[in-house]
Design a protein around this ligand. Structure first.
Ligand code: NI
Length: 256
């Protein structure tokens, strides 16, 4: 029983064999997947995926890369789309100062507007934070995002940041990075996060775990992440899979 809390099966890298991959991962024990959108075009694709597959859920929002295409009309459209019964969160949203594909002030405004929408709809947030730790924490506090909570996906912060994020009620999601040879921060964080606040994810098609690093990732490879996490946390693999599944179900209200 595995729940992948973050994957992008709407990505064009799955265009050739999406149906086969879906069938295979379900057979491999992946019982639920949250597949957040990233841009306006992907919102429709994600909804379609959630309609096509029972075990796929989705979230709506604009990735910080796409913040430059954000407008007030976007909020109206997302509000409407979020009424779909399989939309379980607002995301993925956040700040990305690594690529800086949208101006930082625009990214911040876009994030703040998504937080307001999440609060209006009482939906949790799926947060993308790349090299923007302090600004994200500041916006979460100023916009009171902790009233809806959510998850920091592919968490890359320190243990100290994890402490602040957990204190505000957020979950922390870890993926392929914990298996990388020189991984230190994610390993420290993996030891630190309490069992009832940890999620696992692929972020597929990206972030494939060792020994598949660099290949197209899918939820079938989560067994590598589970194996690594359970050895870091000195816990049983089945237990870790079950606990993280229960956590994702609780946060996103899945399987109801
Ligand atoms: Ni993602």
């Amino acid at each position: 029983m595995i729940v992948d809390s973050h994957a992008h099966y709407d990505d064009e890298k799955f265009d050739e064999d999406r149906a086969e991959v879906m069938k295979r991962i379900h057979k491999q024990g992946v019982v639920r997947v949250v597949n957040p959108s990233s841009d306006l075009e992907s919102v429709e694709k994600c909804i379609q995926l959630a309609d096509d597959y029972d075990f796929i859920y989705t979230a709506v929002g604009l990735h910080p890369h796409e913040a430059k295409s954000f407008s007030l009309g976007t909020v109206d459209m997302l509000r409407e789309t979020a009424r779909h019964r399989k939309v379980v969160a607002i995301g993925e949203v956040g700040l990305d100062y690594h690529y800086d594909l949208s101006p930082r002030n625009v990214q911040k405004e876009c994030l703040a507007a998504h937080i307001q929408l999440a609060k209006e709809l009482s939906l949790p947030l799926i947060i993308h934070d790349r090299e923007a730790h302090q600004d994200i924490l500041d916006i979460i506090r100023s916009e009171k995002a902790y009233t809806v909570g959510g998850v920091f996906h592919c968490f890359t912060g320190s243990v100290e940041m994890a402490r602040q994020v957990l204190d505000m009620g957020f979950y922390i999601s870890l993926g392929g990075a914990v298996t990388f040879k020189n991984a230190r921060r994610p390993v420290d964080v993996a030891k630190y996060v309490p069992g009832d606040r940890l999620l696992i994810e692929t972020d597929s098609p990206y972030m494939a775990p060792v020994p598949y690093r660099g290949k197209r990732n899918d939820s079938g490879y989560l067994t590598e992440v589970i194996s690594r996490l359970s050895s870091i946390r000195k816990t049983d693999q089945d237990l870790l899979a079950r606990q993280t599944a229960i956590n994702a179900d609780r946060l996103f209200g899945l399987d109801l």
